[in-house]
Design a protein around this ligand. Sequence first.
Ligand SMILES: NC(=O)c1ccc[n+]([C@@H]2O[C@H](COP(=O)([O-])OP(=O)(O)OC[C@H]3O[C@@H](n4cnc5c(N)ncnc54)[C@H](OP(=O)(O)O)[C@@H]3O)[C@@H](O)[C@H]2O)c1
Length: 321
Amino acid sequence: MKVLVIGGTGHIGSYLVPRLVLRGYDVQVLARNPRPRYGGADAEQLWSQVEWVIADRVMEEKNGSWGKRMATVDADVVIDLICYTPEQNRLIVENLDGRVRHFIHCGTIWAYGPSTRVPYRENYPRKPVTEYGKLKARIEADLLEKYSREGFPATVIHPGHISGKKWLPIDPQGTRNGVDVYRRLAHQEDVYLPDTGLATLHHVHAEDVAQIFELAILNRKAALGESFSVAAPYAMTLASCCEFVASIFGRKPSLRFVPLQKMVGVLGEEAFAIMKDHVIHSPCVSIEKAQRLLGYQPRYTTEDIYRECIAYLLESGELVV
Ligand SMILES: NC(=O)c1ccc[n+]([C@@H]2O[C@H](COP(=O)([O-])OP(=O)(O)OC[C@H]3O[C@@H](n4cnc5c(N)ncnc54)[C@H](OP(=O)(O)O)[C@@H]3O)[C@@H](O)[C@H]2O)c1
């Protein structure tokens, strides 16, 4: 079976492509550079079996050659990891229509919007609030409609906050702000959290995201015309993330709570914006559908993700305690 992974060398692709090669598929990877972000000696042999398609999607969309490239794709399955607008999606779908057995789009849980009922199930209403989430929700709606009207073989996968060994997870303050919060928790220094610290994060390891794409291919019939959330077995509050990380260092966290808007003074503008986005969404998604229909079994809890990342930070010297 031939599988094309568009944007296959990033966080997801670095884990997904070796799995697909191991499965015995003929894998084509489209990116601007023929290099996975996280290689590793063990995966080198697998990557050497990949057929590279070197192209700049955005540039080709602008100059009109992307449609022609997609119209000549020779693959049974196309996985689109880097589609962010309905126009991009329309162009690719138009050109693949009738020519592929399965088209799998990577969405995001931001398409759901802030948590209303938790855990959020895929059939609940979408109420996205960010531009990113709104565009992804539109793409999902277009794909599912095209499946129900015309049988276009689409599946949509919505990951939580993607993390990996070398891709720092959203941290226990709900942002990405270097290693400071880990150092503070390790030394039992004060850590500030917004409001009551009960906002939630719902991480997912890139290995588990890769798992679900593979499962969608293997369970094509069950996956067609469906959306799936992919995340760790449970979401965690910021306070409990702090507690867990501190426990790795044999500590209890020293938590201070301040109103959300005051966190800008603690974190600075950039990290505050990321934190606020997470606090507002406070995601908590159900993975029951992916488990039931695809056999998804997450290998990583949020604790596992933090444990792995902190071990890497210590080993690489990025975190010194
Ligand atoms: N990050 C998260 O926490 C998160 C959460 C939920 C959903 N998502 C979704 O995950 C997807 C992104 O996956 P990812 O995190 O694996 O992405 P990523 O790490 O940013 O990797 C992007 C990949 O696309 C390639 N690429 C980027 N621009 C390109 C272009 N113009 N033409 C061709 N190739 C290009 C990159 O390689 P080159 O640079 O060599 O071209 C790389 O292979 C998106 O759909 C996003 O909405 C992400």
